[in-house]
Design a binder for this molecule. Structure first.
Ligand code: NOJ
Length: 485
């Protein structure tokens, strides 16, 4: 069909048409919507849940949060499960991505004491989804662990590897009969670097964390394959925040800066798992070793992976989860600081182009071709892995949220084009079902398809215009196949 049209009209016209409107998602493509436990559940100290690192941070350091608020109640989803299940069903999505709260399941952090009410809650959620024919996609770790483990060093402590594996085993054992899609970690770059930076700027922490998390991920993957796969037959992957890094100018400095920004933020995690040669990206290893030497450290602040570890980590994922939000223009930094920090190591400036339409927050721009560029890049860089688009969304408060619809429609058009151009993308999840607690931004960013009234004790949910848009979009994609068969 494509070739025939090319002969008649000329390929360029078709290329443009395909890029801007003629969407062709495969028959089994999955459309979903996503949330995470701390951002929506509330009930922070109820029914046996212990304090998590985010409860602790928001209670003891409210100054780190833009509006000084917390997730104590959030959307109160813990008490509004049936209502939320109906919202998800009404959207017409095929899948719902949510996360488990480690502190709700294992209040002490360890697997010797399981909190039954936490298990009841997630069982009801999973069963409720399945009853509505919605497939659960479960994130085991979305930035949160019991504060008791933070006090033992959190992700800087390599013992977290086994504690995490034990926690994941509890999840597989109790939910794996019904959950067939698992994510070990959500956005390790964010919790290893950005969220540790707000507590202390330290040139060792992000890399110790990356090292521990990569090993915890791989060990969990192999444990699942060995102990559970033969009876549960699920898939297990990792989610990375992958923005598109575009050089600000054509100078060699800016091109190299863009490569560095990508390899530090993404490659640090993606390369060991998905690249042919495994290990950390060379540019990251060289740059940290160079800076560490200048700073008089006796060795690189990046812990080395042994050849055995490289082998264990390489290939340890059934899919790559991609969270795409924006595109950055990257330029070489002119800072001469020798401070031991991640930012000094990366040595770049990141900015948005002021001419691109913006959201209510400065970092997030509507530049949908960015997602196409990065998907094509991933295809080449990691030999066309299976990709789930695990998050994509835009923040605007308006009920008639045309800016969100414009953004999402644009991204979907470019995803469809990437599929046509050979990328192995199987699903797409909108972030987010409803407005929620946005970590350091508190409640100041509104990503919800549903608006939530946080001043109302009922936390009333009201559909924004994008609810009907998404619903119709999914319907129109699926109805095409009814005719084709
Ligand atoms: C990615 C994170 O996974 C999610 O928790 C967050 O709310 C969104 N980005 C929006 O910032």
């Amino acid at each position: 069909m494509f070739k025939l049209r090319c002969l008649i009209f000329g390929c360029i016209i078709i290329f443009i048409q395909n890029a801007i409107g003629d969407l062709n998602f495969p028959k089994n493509f999955v459309f979903g919507v996503a949330t995470a436990a701390y951002q929506i559940e509330g009930a922070w100290n109820e029914s046996g849940k212990s304090e998590s690192n985010w409860d602790h941070r928001t209670h003891f350091h409210p100054e780190q949060i833009k509006d000084h608020l917390n997730g104590d109640i959030a959307c109160d989803s813990y008490h509004k499960l049936d209502e939320d299940l109906r919202l998800i069903r009404d959207l017409g999505v095929h899948s719902y991505r949510f996360s488990l709260s480690w502190a709700r399941i294992l209040p002490d952090g360890f697997s010797n004491r399981i909190n039954q009410d936490g298990i009841r809650y997630y069982n009801e959620l999973i069963d409720g989804l399945i009853a509505y024919n919605i497939t659960p996609l479960v994130t085991i770790y979305h930035y949160e662990h019991p504060q008791a483990l933070q006090e033992l060093g959190g992700w800087s402590n390599p013992l977290m590897i086994d504690w995490f594996v034990d926690y994941a085993r509890v999840a597989f054992e109790l939910f794996g009969d019904r959950v067939k899609m698992w994510i070990t970690f959500n956005e390790p770059h964010v919790f290893c670097e950005i969220y540790t930076k707000s507590e202390m700027s330290h040139g060792h922490v992000p890399y110790l964390c990356a090292y521990t998390v990569l090993k915890a991920h791989a060990k969990t993957y192999h444990m699942y394959k060995k102990e559970y796969f033969f009876r549960q037959h699920g898939e297990i992957g990792i989610v990375l925040d992958i923005e598109w890094y575009q050089p600000k100018t054509n100078t060699t400095e800016d091109i190299q800066a863009a490569i560095r920004a990508y390899e530090f933020d993404v490659g640090l995690f993606a390369n060991p798992i998905f690249a042919k040669n495994g290990d950390y990206p060379t540019v990251v290893k060289e740059r940290i070793a160079y800076m560490s030497a200048l700073q008089n450290f006796s060795q690189s602040r990046l812990p080395q992976l042994t050849s055995r570890e490289i082998k264990t980590i390489q290939g340890a994922a059934d899919f790559l989860g991609v969270n795409y939000y924006t595109t950055y223009l990257v330029s070489e930094s002119n800072s001469t600081s020798l401070e031991s920090t991640y930012d000094t190591d990366v040595h770049v400036n990141l900015e948005g182009d002021p001419s691109w339409p913006g959201s209510e927050t400065v970092w997030l721009k509507d530049f949908p071709i960015g997602i196409y560029n990065l998907l094509m890049f991933i295809k080449v860089q990691y030999d066309n892995p299976k990709v789930y688009i695990t998050e994509n969304g835009f923040s605007v408060i308006d009920m008639q949220d045309d800016a969100r619809i414009h953004y999402s429609q644009g991204c979907l058009e470019y995803i469809s084009k990437a599929i046509e151009d050979g990328c192995n993308i199987v699903s797409y999840y909108v972030w987010s079902l409803m407005d929620n607690f946005q970590w350091l931004s508190g409640y100041s960013e509104h990503f919800g398809l549903y608006h939530v009234n946080f001043s109302d004790p009922n936390r009333t949910r009201t559909p924004r215009a994008s609810v009907s848009w998404y619903k119709n979009f999914i319907k129109s994609q699926k109805s095409k196949w009814q005719y084709i068969g």
